[in-house]
Write a protein that binds this ligand. Structure first.
Ligand SMILES: [Zn+2]
Length: 576
């Protein structure tokens, strides 16, 4: 008896893996696609599972409605009847009741440690004026060593759309130094006290790849862009180990509660690597973390190339995999490097943060030593220069170095096919598109929009698209990324029909970007990323069916259970 040949049941569920793809179809159309489950032969003795989840769609598993977990791995994918033999007296049975399970939900680009720090700082994200941001920051309890710290401002929300001025902060903070990072982390806003401590004056030159914004008289306004932010960073009171640990644990709890089972942690420093490794040893790291070390300066890169990355290892919780570099800044602060001048700043083409020859040298060394590179590139000039550097260093299809371009936001159409041709991954954050769409056209003008946030074009060119959030720039909640992928609308459903809707993805493609593609981006596909026997049991249960035809169902979905490596690490308690 082959228990999987229950055509009637499969006909009901088989076509509804993604509700958007649901179409009436005859039972026999679905039956042949159902793989038999080799581990669950009738009559064979099987070990009881530790957890069985049953009665809801297992996304990406061809219509399966049940999944069994043992020893950290998936030991069965099928339906209630086929997995019945996996249920023993000690098995935790989870009745899904139609709720879906996503396997290997991953954020392929986030800053967990930074998110944790920001959760304890002033949040000036929603402020509609510079003065409102200043007042909110000054009133915040917390900070470090007498500094008022915060993040989230965005001048695009202000009535004049202009960078803020230190005067607003001076008026409310007095002698206390204040440092508020822009929402994208690519600019900061200091008050006069902070500039004084950092020694920034009208005589301070713009550093390479950075900009000290000045008023008409040449006085610093307090806003420092990209590499100029280091002038203040150097003067900040250090974050001690206890604070780092607290920050990571705080952000970990948030990530797990949103259903994430793994995060690709971008731009880690050596101190945080040490904290992650210790938390793993002590069994306190529940979220898988694949880390990309900060290689922004030549000295940082030299020290990393003197070491080796952690090799891919099945079941890894923490792994130092790669090096993160920056090719340019960000679009919001006019730091993204563009081929032609900004439409709204015709003298300016953005900032080249790392010299192309230095990128090429890093790529050569990485190819020779097994490090994976992840290079931030937003503007079309930055994306082209990174692709050029990778190509000259020897990247090509089949070499399988899996070098990544982080953001890949604005790409000249001619460069789109080069991702697949060079085997370079386009690591995208879908919520950036929906956050930037109100003002991106002003920066870019109409022609360049054709290659902006071009998910569908990249996918059809053969490029691989791991997806993430860039938290804390955006919310770490992955359903918001899925929603942005399928709608290109903000959470209120604007604009109608979506912004440049031809670049939308289907829900199954969006889920794949946040699961299988993210696992591939970390060389994990031999043991993680799919709903199949032997794969890591990293499972997320959401509270409602995810229906691509009803995007609100995706936007509003909440994780109710998160399992990492077969262990339940988050569970929503029933209300009351
Ligand atoms: Zn980032």
């Amino acid at each position: 008896v082959r228990p999987l040949l229950r055509l009637g049941t499969y006909a009901l569920v088989g076509s509804c893996l993604f509700a958007s793809a649901c179409a009436p179809s005859p039972p026999e159309a679905n039956a042949p696609a159902r793989p038999a489950s080799p581990g669950v032969q009738a009559g064979a003795a099987v070990e009881a599972a530790e957890i069985v989840l049953s009665g809801g769609p297992i996304l990406g598993a061809g219509g399966a409605t049940a999944i069994a977990v043992r020893g950290g791995r998936i030991v069965g994918v099928g339906d209630e009847r086929s997995l019945a033999r996996r249920r023993g007296p000690g098995t935790r049975f989870v009745e899904l009741g139609g709720r879906p399970v996503v396997v290997a939900l991953t954020d392929a680009h986030a800053h967990v440690a930074e998110l944790g720090l920001q959760l304890d700082q002033a949040d000036v994200r929603e402020c509609a004026t510079a003065d409102a941001c200043a007042a909110k920051a000054a009133a915040h309890k917390g900070g470090r060593g007498g500094w008022v710290l915060g993040a989230g401002w965005d001048q695009n929300r202000f009535p004049d759309k202009a960078f803020p001025h230190r005067r607003s902060l001076d008026a409310v903070a007095g002698d206390r130094p204040v440092w508020l990072e822009r929402v994208d982390g690519h600019a900061g806003w200091a008050n006069s006290a902070a500039l004084k401590i950092a020694g920034v004056t009208r005589a301070t030159p713009d550093p390479a790849g950075g900009r000290v914004v000045r008023d008409a008289k040449g006085e610093p306004t307090g806003v420092l862009v990209d590499n100029a932010m280091a002038l203040i960073d150097r003067a900040l009171p250090p974050v001690d180990e206890a604070a780092r640990e607290q920050a990571i644990e705080r952000a970990q709890a948030l990530a797990l509660s949103k259903g994430l089972t793994e995060v690709h942690e971008m731009t880690v420093d050596a101190e945080n690597v040490a904290v992650f490794r210790r938390l793993e040893r002590e069994g306190r790291l529940k979220l898988r973390v694949v880390a990309y070390a900060r290689g922004a300066t030549e000295a940082e890169r030299a020290s990393l190339f003197a070491q080796r990355p952690d090799p891919p290892r099945p079941g890894a919780v923490f792994r130092l995999a790669g090096i993160k570099l920056y090719a340019d800044g960000a679009l919001g602060s006019h730091g993204a490097a563009l081929l032609a001048p900004y439409a709204d700043e015709p003298e300016h083409r953005g900032l080249v943060v790392t010299d192309p020859s230095a990128l090429e040298e890093a790529a050569r060394k990485a190819l020779a030593s097994g490090w994976q590179l992840a290079v931030h590139a937003i503007g079309d000039r930055a994306n082209r220069s990174v692709l050029d550097a990778f190509e000259r260093a020897g990247c090509k299809r089949g070499r399988d170095a899996r070098f990544r371009i982080e953001h890949a936001q604005i790409i000249d159409r001619a460069d789109i096919p080069r991702f697949a041709a060079l085997g370079v991954l386009a690591s995208m954050q879908p919520t950036h598109a929906t956050s930037d769409m109100p003002w991106a056209p002003t920066r870019l003008g109409p022609q360049r929009l054709a290659g902006a946030y071009a998910w569908r074009s990249l996918l059809e060119s053969g490029a691989r698209l791991p997806a993430g959030s860039d938290a804390p720039v955006e919310s770490i909640d992955p359903v918001l990324g899925l929603y942005a992928f399928i709608t290109r609308q903000d959470v209120k459903g604007q604009p109608p029909g979506g912004w440049q809707p031809a670049e939308r993805l289907r829900l199954d493609e969006a889920v794949k970007a946040f699961t299988e593609e993210a696992a591939f981006a970390a060389f994990e596909e031999p043991w993680r990323g799919r709903a199949a026997e032997g794969m890591a049991a990293d499972l997320t249960v959401f509270d409602r069916p995810l229906d691509g035809a009803n995007p609100a169902s995706v936007r509003d979905a909440k994780a109710v259970m998160t399992i990492v490596g077969g262990k339940i690490v988050f569970e929503q308690r029933p209300p009351g």
